[in-house]
Design a protein. Structure first.
Lengths: 149, 511
């Protein structure tokens, strides 16, 4: 009986649900003159290896929950680390990388902070921020880098 | 939403005063009677609902009736009302928007989208954002469209209808979390907003949570017991749960309420088809063909009927039925449906030479209609033909021909094709990679086409071969439980078909 119950629970955990495509958008504040970034430069910005923009403003990175599906996609495509490692890494950046609890908070933070760059699900964007092209492509365009399932 | 009208007298006055904002004279609550004249608000910031700007009170009533019909999923009636609205006020931007969003005729969609854009200047800021959303999502400028959608939601967070409508679009984009958030927000504004329960039901069903789906659509029935669509939706959730007889009962109830509710008539056919009762399914589909309000739907239902023979592996009868469906599609000038019949015949054909001939025929038919049918429709069907070409080539171990077809698809997807074309390309690429035993590389491509049973079947194998066993088991179960009829389902869903007809999938499973 107990085995049967365990079987039922494991089957429930395996209960099929549809995955869906997701694109995460790289956003900056609207005063940022840049509209496009290469993948290579994006990784440097997100890791704060590039500490300042070309106009001298400090780069501040705002991210949402690294354990979310969007967070994992970003980590896989850019940072190359696990969520826990990102938290440790962010702690070592002395305010250069700020992890917030939702996309809405990231959009607000990026909109209000000159020099900010952030990453959110593309369906969270609004006109308060600028969406950057990555390797010449915007989210939801074929071949966009930060796309996954 | 709130309706804001300008009277005919006001319009003349507006012209004299160069459309000064203060000249907007009358307003009506959305869904209510015209009210006392009121000045237009300076901006939408303090309003609860999206304004609806028109110069005609009668057009405003047609628009609202259309929205109510839309919420009841009577889309053909909604379209008729909105078409009347734009006859009365040709610059009625929001009516153009919803015709554009609802019609299945690509020419009508594009024409009304353009008219909405041309009328945007006299609409409110909120309406302009809705127009920008529609334009963005139809013109492959998704970032612009989504930006406008979220800006409109920021302006009118308490507009239940706006939340529901954007939620519906997000649902159709398979963005279930975002869709749920907006649908719940609509319910937060009005806990008796019936159509939002319907939407929640479909959202739960997409996640495989049929208990909650039944609960939500049950509430929908409770709120609107004398409408056909709630019974239709509840019936669908019952069917997806495997409760076929109860589903049939609900569809019959919907038809008793409204004998012209052709969707439930079609669903009777779908349910019998899934149950394996092809003969009864064909009888019900025949009635649906008769009741269908457009030639496009008639052509579609004829092919659904023909698929019942594929499900039963009665290929000679299937050929006969598809040829008949193709001839009827031709007579109704449904050119893409005519080509599609031949492409489907190529999908199940057991003889490679016959399949090749059918694919040639399908391509020739499409090519002949260039310029007379919307290019996007031709492209989507052409993409599906290339996918079948790739699969047939793989089944014949002709990698070069398969690669050529996949390259054609890739080019089409790259040049700004639709989501459907992108998914078709990804599925074909994934199938090709899997046939080359590059299973891990195949997985992300196949995952893009996650609602297509043929792709799902190849993906199960790719998961297994790349040691992702829990995903393979979960997907296999989903495939076995699949109860949404389609040619792909008819070919590969294992429990109902002892002999898989998915050529490529079968070939690779055997390796």
């Amino acid at each position: 009986m107990r085995r049967f119950a365990l079987y039922c629970i494991s089957m429930m955990l395996l209960a099929p649900s549809l995955c869906s495509a997701r694109d995460v958008a790289v956003i900056t504040d609207k005063t940022n003159p840049l509209s496009s970034v290469s993948n290579k430069d994006l990784v440097k910005l997100l890791r704060t290896d590039t500490a300042k923009w070309s106009d001298g403003r400090k780069v501040i990175v705002f991210l949402s929950d690294p354990y979310s599906a969007d967070g994992k996609l970003l980590l896989e495509k850019t940072y190359g680390m696990k969520p826990a490692a990102l938290k440790t890494f962010a702690d070592g950046q002395k305010g250069g990388i700020v992890i917030l609890s939702s996309d809405e908070e990231v959009v607000k933070a990026v909109a209000g902070q000159p020099g900010a760059i952030g990453v959110v699900n593309v369906y969270s964007i609004n006109s308060a921020v600028k969406v950057m092209k990555v390797d010449g492509k915007l989210p939801l365009e074929p071949g966009y880098l930060l796309h996954g399932n | 939403m709130a309706t804001k009208q300008r009277s005919g007298l006001a319009r003349a006055w507006l012209a004299l005063l160069s459309l000064a904002a203060s000249s907007v004279l009358s307003a009506a609550a959305f869904g209510g009677e015209p009210q006392e004249s009121k000045p237009a608000p300076a901006s939408g910031a303090t309003q609860q609902r999206l304004p609806v700007t028109t110069t005609s009170a009668a057009a405003a009533r047609y628009f609202e009736n259309g929205m109510a019909q839309y919420e009841m999923h009577r889309w053909n009636f909604a379209l008729n009302d909105w078409r009347e609205a734009v006859k009365l006020d040709p610059h009625f931007a929001l009516a153009h928007v919803w015709i554009s969003m609802t019609t299945v005729d690509p020419a009508e969609e594009a024409s009304h989208r353009e008219q909405a854009k041309a009328s945007a200047g006299s609409a409110s800021r909120g309406e302009q954002l809705v127009i920008a959303w529609v334009s963005g999502i139809h013109e492959n400028r998704y970032v612009d469209g989504i930006t406008a959608m979220n800006d409109a939601l920021s302006m009118y967070p308490h507009d239940k209808r706006l939340n529901f409508l954007f939620g519906y679009w997000l649902y159709k984009q398979d963005q279930y979390d975002f869709a749920e958030k907006l649908t719940q927000r609509a319910l937060g504004e009005d806990p008796n907003y019936a159509t939002a329960y319907n939407q929640m039901g479909y959202l739960y069903s997409r996640r495989g949570d049929y208990a909650k789906a039944l609960e939500a659509t049950g509430k929908y029935v409770q709120l609107l017991p004398n409408e056909p669509n709630p019974h239709d939706s509840y019936g669908e959730m019952l069917r997806l749960s495997g409760r076929f007889e109860e589903a049939l009962e609900q569809y019959r109830m919907a038809l008793k309420i409204d004998p012209t509710f052709y969707i439930s008539q079609k669903e009777l056919g779908e349910t019998y088809a899934i149950m394996g009762d092809g003969e009864r399914a064909r009888q019900e589909y025949a009635k649906a063909v008769h009741e269908a309000p457009s030639d496009g739907l008639k052509a579609e239902y004829l092919q659904k009927s023909a698929m019942t023979y594929v499900r039963a592996r009665q290929y000679a009868q299937a050929d006969h039925a598809f040829l008949d469906a193709a001839a009827k599609a031709r007579a109704m000038q449904q050119w893409v449906w005519e080509a599609r019949a031949y492409r489907i015949m190529a999908m199940y054909a057991t003889d490679p030479a016959t399949a090749a001939k059918d694919l040639e025929k399908a391509e020739t038919l499409l090519a002949a209609r260039k310029g007379t049918v919307a290019q996007s429709d031709l492209d989507e069907e052409q993409a599906r033909i290339w996918r079948v070409r790739a699969e047939r080539a793989l089944s014949a171990s002709n990698l070069a021909a398969a690669r050529k077809a996949v390259n054609n698809l890739q080019q089409m997807a790259k040049s700004g094709g639709s989501t459907s074309i992108e998914r078709t390309y990804q599925a074909a690429e994934g199938t090709l990679l899997a046939s080359e035993r590059k299973y891990a590389a195949a997985v992300p491509h196949l995952e893009e086409d996650f609602t297509n049973p043929i792709s799902m079947k190849v993906l199960v194998m790719a998961y297994e071969k790349s040691k992702a066993r829990s995903q393979a088991r979960a997907l296999q179960k989903r495939l076995e439980d699949w109860k949404i009829p389609s040619i792909e389902e008819a070919l590969v869903v294992p429990q109902r078909q002892p002999h898989s007809g998915a050529v490529a999938a079968k070939k690779m499973t055997a390796k």
